[in-house]
Design a protein around this ligand. Structure first.
Ligand code: CO8
Length: 372
């Protein structure tokens, strides 16, 4: 049996924020903070804040823009977070809504109807609530039978989700699986933190996973090798969670937002990912010249160029290691799926690609794909 990815979908949020817009708001906040704390700063009791810069953001990360589900209050210096009207229980949740939009595209690309789907996996960095599962809400919204569950593995959720889907197909508990990555990340960003205010955007992606014998999509990728790995690290962490309300003194501290030691992550994750990809290529006897394209997790352009150079043994071209960071920013688990979705043309049967995620946990996952 060969399991394939037979279709993908991408939901792009309605609003976008350029680096210049984000930096203008951040710098207004900094000026206000420094003005309001002028005396304390002069007396050395409070540290003055520094401006952010679009040039730094683009050079350090490759990010020029990000899409968000709710823009206006992110750029309101008195709020600096997205605001959403809470929906009643009888309305589709926001996260389910964007998941459904991406799922419909993936099903159309794979020539599948809701009657074909017998497992829905929602795999992402955060779910809007713990239960009922987002996957079960989406299953009902689409009208699918079978079963569904949610799983969280931060930036590696999509690839871990695809592996879970493949294993369900191999074990016979499902035939055609919808893996959805509705990443609403803007609520977890500390927009008052210069080091991280620019990193993330919102998006949703989806993939159809099935046995090769039933696949009729235009672009079908066979999974010929796969390996997830994890290794505990506090270098990317958020302490947000359902128990926060039980510790009211610390419930709103900044550790409840996304926090990372970016340099350490860079240094520790690079060798982990390079050796993971090499080991999977070895498993199926592939050489650097055999890889046509690398669909890498999209956190940082310099990181991706480094990994692609290591895997290919030369500077990667834009076609060999597509970057979507400039338009979408870091979209956690969805990043490598966006790269695949937007760059699935130009393959001949038998050509190989690498789909690889890496991120918080640490977690990483490499799939070697063969164009069917
Ligand atoms: N504007 C101007 N200057 C700045 C800014 C800014 N916005 N930010 C920092 N600087 C300054 C710093 O203060 C520093 O100054 P100095 O040298 O005087 O100390 C200088 O610029 C350099 O700072 P850094 O060393 O931090 O800059 P880097 O070149 O390392 O770039 C990055 C920072 C872009 C964060 C980079 O380290 C990076 O991308 N690292 C890898 C991160 C990564 O891969 N993370 C994993 C992905 S996250 C993930 O897994 C998802 C988690 C779950 C989702 C969460 C949703 C919210």
């Amino acid at each position: 049996m060969s399991v394939v990815i037979s279709g993908t979908g991408l939901f792009t949020p309605p609003e976008k924020i350029s680096n210049d817009e984000l930096v203008a708001c951040f710098n207004s906040y900094v000026d206000k903070f420094n003005h309001d704390n002028e005396q304390a700063i002069l007396q050395g009791e409070v540290e003055a804040l520094s401006h952010s810069s679009s040039a730094f953001i683009e050079k350090a990360s490759g990010i020029k823009n990000r899409y968000v589900m709710s823009k206006s209050d992110i750029l309101n210096v008195d709020v600096m977070k997205p605001t959403f009207v809470e929906r009643p229980n009888n309305e589709l949740s926001l996260q389910a809504e964007i998941g459904v939009a991406a799922a419909k595209q993936a099903m159309a690309a794979a020539n599948k109807t809701t009657a074909d789907i017998d497992l829905v996996i929602v795999a992402c960095a955060y779910t809007q609530r713990s239960y009922p599962a987002m996957a079960i809400e989406i299953q009902q919204a689409l009208g699918c039978e079978g079963w569904g569950f949610d799983m969280l593995v931060a930036c590696s959720a999509a690839t871990f989700g695809i592996i879970n889907a493949a294993n369900a197909i191999r074990s016979g508990t499902a035939k055609t699986v919808l893996v959805i990555n509705p990443e609403i990340l803007s609520p977890q960003i500390n927009y008052r933190d210069r080091d991280s205010h620019f990193i993330f955007g919102d998006v949703a992606t989806a993939s159809i996973i099935e046995d090769e014998s039933t696949a009729t999509g235009e672009h079908v990728f066979k999974i010929i090798a796969e390996q997830p790995i994890t290794q505990f690290s506090n270098n990317i962490r958020s302490n947000i969670g359902y128990m926060n309300q039980c510790s009211p003194d610390t419930a709103n501290n900044i550790d409840k937002y996304f926090i990372q030691q970016g340099r350490k992550v860079f240094k520790e994750v690079l060798p982990m990912v390079s050796s993971l990809i090499s080991s999977q290529m070895e498993k199926v006897n592939l050489d650097t010249k055999d890889i046509k394209r690398l669909y890498l997790h999209q956190a940082n352009i310099n990181m991706n160029n480094f990994i692609a150079k290591k895997v290919l043994g030369r500077e990667p071209s834009a076609d060999e290691a597509p970057i979507i960071l400039d338009e979408f920013a870091n979209t956690s688990s969805a990043g490598c799926i966006i790269a695949l979705h937007k760059n699935n043309e130009g393959f001949s049967s038998g050509e190989k690609a690498v789909l690889c995620s890496f991120g918080a946990g640490y977690s990483a996952c490499c799939l070697i794909l063969e164009y069917a």
